[in-house]
Write a protein that binds this ligand. Structure first.
Ligand SMILES: C[S@@+](CC[C@H](N)C(=O)[O-])C[C@H]1O[C@@H](n2cnc3c(N)ncnc32)[C@H](O)[C@@H]1O
Length: 221
């Protein structure tokens, strides 16, 4: 049998959605169709992101009552991993189907899964998390929405807290074959606004692939 292009369904649905001026509607359609029509969710690896796992191995353990937020959680693998590190974890996605499927995949989960839009997050999430994990969500939005999405992610970090960003990356002004819209060095730097400071920014290049892993900290007053 001929192998299917894993990006084909996402590309088709994104094109339709973006042509209609809807930046995020295709995620819901893709997750829903993955259930009903076997559409392929190309980022669904059924495991936590290796760069998250590697990063976490160098961190101190979660303290009692520490809270984590996983942005754009998709089918829940990163959220379950972060929860397993001992954090009281909230994970959200704009797609209600993704959230439902994550809950179904992990019936005994301690993660609080929510459907929510990064561009209009609940007010009670502001500066409410000790660790915030953002993996490939900002880049999934059109470039003109990046600044608002980045500000929204950064605002989740409480004083004394840490933000981890893992994203596809490109050079300043480098080509984009969207989606996704990989993050430029200045976009990565812009997470360090509103009181956050950059701790470490790694530009990771392997063959054709360019990714960035960056850590930020909000100093306690
Ligand atoms: C490229 S996928 C990455 C999923 C997951 N973070 C991972 O690394 O496997 C982007 C995810 O962000 C979600 N998403 C896109 N726009 C969003 C928004 N405005 N608010 C919340 N989630 C969003 C999508 O539904 C999708 O699950």
């Amino acid at each position: 049998m001929e192998e299917r292009d894993p990006d084909e369904d996402a590309r088709r649905l994104a094109a339709e959605s973006l042509a209609g001026g809807d930046a995020t509607g295709w995620f819901e359609r893709l997750y829903a169709e993955s259930e009903t029509d076997g559409a392929i969710v190309p980022w669904d690896s059924r495991s936590p992101h290796p760069l998250l796992v590697e990063w976490a191995s160098g961190q101190r353990l979660a303290g009692r009552g520490w809270r984590a937020m996983v942005v754009g959680c998709g089918l829940g693998d990163d959220a379950e991993y972060v929860s397993g590190l001992g954090y009281d974890t909230v994970a959200f996605d704009v797609s209600e189907s993704a959230v439902r499927l994550a809950k179904e995949r992990f019936p005994g989960s301690r993660v609080h899964y929510r459907a929510a839009d990064l561009l209009e997050p609940p007010a009670e999430w502001r500066q409410a998390f000790d660790v915030v994990v953002e993996i490939m969500t900002v880049q999934a939005l059109p470039e003109e929405l990046h600044a608002a999405a980045i500000a929204s992610v950064a605002a989740f970090v409480r004083p004394g807290g840490t933000l981890l960003v893992i994203a596809s990356a490109r050079e300043e002004g480098g080509p984009v074959f969207a989606p996704p819209w990989p993050l430029t060095p200045s976009e990565i730097e812009s997470f360090a606004a509103d009181g956050l400071v950059a701790v470490r920014v790694e530009q990771l290049r392997a063959r054709e692939r360019h990714r960035c892993r960056a850590t930020f900290h909000r100093p306690a007053p």
